[in-house]
Design a protein around this ligand. Structure first.
Ligand code: ATP
Ligand code: MG
Length: 425
């Protein structure tokens, strides 16, 4: 992609009202633009980041055996009346009337739609377990939207729903999703901590929130410092049961581990999993026939990941004072190619040669006629993992600079060597 043909509105100054670094950088690096409080347009660069996050999630969800669907944003209130949640949900729900005065809503979550989706079809234990997921926009009329995309009103979520015959298999499904979440977050370069959680308005019996450690997080985490060791082992049974809780769930009087073994940190919630048994299947009449011919309510769970929140969370985890430092799997482009001498025909020729030799959707080519300082600052701000810099030395000696954004290390190399380094295959 040529920068001159792209849409990348970056900001030099820190925007007013953006308190935390991910909010500042997501505006400054041209990832998002706020339309109104808690509602954003995703700009081309931000959209690429979202797509990369989605693709990691899709890949691991598919590997787990889950099947992708797409449920509607707008839902009928009647489904929520059936489950009994309509009146309880409160002001976070955006309630809408259609032209016939039917009560509708913009879905804050999809347990009811998912239960309705399968209840007339799935009739036998032979059809179970079944895992359905989607990546879909939610709306929650948060009282205090803040921190940019981290707490929006409209936000993108991956939500999955599991359907099982009995408790044992439902817990297997829960464990499978726990494991899948660890894989997903690790592939993003993150270190997730699963903390025991309240089940809140989703309801139910067993629940873990996944957090990443970050000083700007809204939650306070208390956890056994054996956690990181266990995370390596991916021993789900131990991970699930280790002491790890957030906020009010911690009580120093009843905490089962010693103070010396307890770590405390701020955390950002990036995912949340629930097992809630028959909370929806019973009132919504989602039953299957068991092996012995009995009709039983399905056991269900739901599993959310904050896709758009992850953009902010990843920036919180990976940045410096110059800007974002994207992990390679998440980066909107792998390489930023900078031509410092846009008026020198030889430099243009070299930059074009490099650009044409490398995959064009992996490379953002800064061909803009601007000062060296502006170009360097912008490229550092948007945080692509690698920079290839074409300048005077390229024309005179056939040498380019290759910079690693994370380490800041610059290597000089021959043009061909740089091309080979980044060629695919
Ligand atoms: P929180 O406690 O942060 O308000 P929640 O517990 O209400 O979140 P869930 O219902 O568990 O959220 O939703 C699943 C995931 O969706 C969360 O783990 C979070 O990553 C994300 N999420 C929830 N609310 C928002 C929001 N307002 N903006 C962006 N992402 C959100
Ligand atoms: Mg939650």
């Amino acid at each position: 992609m040529h920068l001159s043909q792209y849409y990348l509105p970056t900001l030099k100054e820190k925007p007013a009202n953006a308190q935390i670094i991910s909010h500042q950088y997501s505006l400054r690096a041209g990832l998002v633009k706020q339309v109104v409080s808690g509602i954003y347009t995703w700009l081309p660069l931000g959209l690429k980041v979202i797509r990369n996050i989605e693709n990691i999630i899709r890949d691991e969800m598919n590997k787990s055996g889950a099947v992708e669907t797409l449920m509607p944003c707008i839902q009928p209130a009647d489904l929520w009346r059936e489950s009994g949640r309509y009146d309880d949900y409160g002001e976070e729900m955006l309630r809408i009337n259609d032209r016939h005065k039917n009560d509708m809503l913009f879905g804050p979550t999809h347990e009811e739609v998912a239960t309705d989706l399968i209840r007339d079809v799935v009739k036998s234990y032979k059809d179970l377990p079944l895992y359905l997921y989607q990546i879909q926009w939610k709306f929650r009329d948060e009282i205090r939207p803040r921190f940019g995309v981290m707490r929006g009103r409209e936000f993108l979520m991956k939500d999955a729903y599991s359907f099982d015959l009995d408790y044992e298999s439902a817990i297997n499904s829960y464990d499978l999703m726990y494991k899948t979440y660890i894989k997903i977050f690790k592939r993003m370069g993150l270190t997730p901590i699963g903390v025991r959680a309240d089940t809140g308005p989703i309801g139910g019996n067993l629940s873990h929130e996944f957090h990443i450690l970050a000083s700007t997080g809204e939650s306070t985490l208390y956890y056994d410092n054996k956690f990181s060791e266990l995370l390596e082992s991916e021993d789900i049974e131990s991970l699930k049961n280790i002491y790890a809780v957030a906020d009010d769930m911690h009580d120093s009087n009843t905490c089962p581990i010693s103070e010396g073994q307890l770590s405390t940190s701020k955390g950002i919630e990036i995912g949340h999993i629930f097992y809630f048994g028959d909370k929806y299947s019973k009132p919504m009449n989602a039953k299957v026939a068991s092996q012995d011919g009995k009709s039983v309510d399905m056991h269900m769970g739901s599993y959310g990941i904050g896709v758009s929140r992850l953009v902010g969370a990843i920036i919180e985890a990976f940045h410096d004072d110059k800007g974002i430092i994207w992990p390679e799997n998440i980066a909107p482009f792998k390489i930023g190619l900078i031509n410092l001498q846009t008026r020198a025909a030889e430099c243009v020729e070299i930059a074009n040669k490099i650009y044409n030799a490398l995959e064009s959707d992996e490379i953002l080519y800064d061909d803009a006629e601007e000062s060296v300082g502006v170009k360097f600052a912008r490229m550092d701000l948007i945080g692509l993992p690698w920079q290839i810099i074409v300048g005077k030395k390229s024309a005179n000696e056939g040498i380019v600079e290759v910079k690693n954004r994370a380490t800041g290390k610059v290597e000089e190399m021959q043009i061909e060597e740089a091309i080979n380094r980044f060629s695919i295959g």
